[in-house]
Ligand binder design. Structure first.
Ligand SMILES: Cc1cc2nc3c(=O)[nH]c(=O)nc-3n(C[C@H](O)[C@H](O)[C@H](O)COP(=O)(O)OP(=O)(O)OC[C@H]3O[C@@H](n4cnc5c(N)ncnc54)[C@H](O)[C@@H]3O)c2cc1C
Ligand code: FES
Length: 279
């Protein structure tokens, strides 16, 4: 559906949740069937009058009362203004947009790799896996620059009780794990090869994780990445989010790695652009 008209959204609360990040709870006044069917990994456009709109991922998708949450990092004008709002502020909402993570319930072993704020788009699948009875077993490897940069503090405390959840830091304090998430793959793979990788974070981390999983024998069809591109319309009209012949706002932001490689190969052939960023 081409959805360009914002709907009314109320800000219920927000609290500090990691360096320069806040956790927001919103309420859609009249949730539609599509809102209630939103999937983890999909996103919405948040409209802040006077500041425009920007895409954000659901941490939790809308419930029957229209309540949902998002983790937002202060970047520029819109997010800074949002941080200053009080509960009760009225905003605008468009969505849900894009494709979510693939259904993973048939997989026996799922590995989620997240970097920094990239934990937010994975929150819904981690929550779903922690509620799911065997045989699905989820392991998470989460990398952050340092301990204060971690996000989703309340959720992480819950997940650490429910599943193998490795946290690793670029700058570790004594007693903490150090290094990139990839440096802990031996430990994760020791108990068996994952049959699905879900990855979200800085693009170099995602690509390195994908390559490492390929090297260890996982097929590219079992590897999924969530790509961030500049987005304006969110519905495949403006062309700001092209990756090759694909609109990341409609076909993504989650992509299967083999499909991503095809798109990037198409881009490189067309423009000789370096294969890391949008083209
Ligand atoms: C599908 C999707 C989901 C997202 N989910 C989240 C989320 O859950 N939480 C969150 O904090 N952010 C998320 N983002 C990023 C967020 O939309 C941007 O940071 C947004 O532009 C912030 O608006 P702003 O006005 O505060 O900053 P702006 O003034 O728009 O940007 C500040 C700086 O960030 C750069 N920038 C902005 N957007 C992008 C981009 N897409 N790629 C690279 N650089 C960019 C700008 O060039 C500028 O330097 C998501 C983006 C996408 C595409
Ligand atoms: S954001 Fe406009 S086409 Fe994707």
């Amino acid at each position: 559906m081409i959805d360009l008209i914002p709907r009314r959204l109320s800000l219920l609360e927000h609290y500090a949740d990691g360096e320069d990040s806040r956790h927001f709870t919103f309420r859609l006044e009249t949730p539609a069937a599509a809102d209630l069917a939103a999937l983890p990994g999909q996103f919405f456009m948040l409209v802040l009058p006077g500041f425009g709109e920007a895409p954000f991922t659901y941490v939790s998708t809308p419930d029957a009362q229209g309540c949902f949450s998002a983790l937002i990092r202060r970047m520029g004008a819109l997010s800074s203004a949002l941080f200053e709002l009080d509960a009760g502020a009225v905003l605008g909402y468009r969505g849900p947009f894009g494709s979510g993570w693939p259904a993973f319930f048939k997989a026996r072993r799922v590995l989620a790799v997240a970097g920094g704020c990239g934990l937010a788009p994975l929150a819904g699948v981690i929550d779903a896996a922690s509620r799911q009875p065997e045989p699905t077993q989820l392991s998470v490897v989460y990398g952050a620059r340092h301990a204060e940069a971690r996000v989703l503090g309340r959720e992480r405390a819950r997940w650490q009780q429910a599943m193998p959840f490795i946290e690793t830091f670029d700058r570790a304090a004594p007693g903490q794990r150090e290094g990139s998430p990839l440096q802990h793959f031996d430990e994760v793979f020791a108990s068996g090869m994952p049959d699905l990788l879900l990855c979200c974070g800085p693009e170099p981390l995602m690509l390195a994780a994908a390559r490492e999983c390929l090297r260890r024998g996982m097929p590219a069809e079992s590897i999924w990445l969530s790509l961030e591109r500049r987005m304006h319309c969110g519905v495949g009209l403006c062309g700001h989010c092209y990756i090759g012949s694909s609109y990341a706002c409609v076909d993504g932001p989650t992509y299967r790695y083999d499909q991503y490689l095809e798109l990037i190969a198409h881009c490189a052939a067309a423009s000789a652009e370096p294969p890391l960023h949008s083209c």
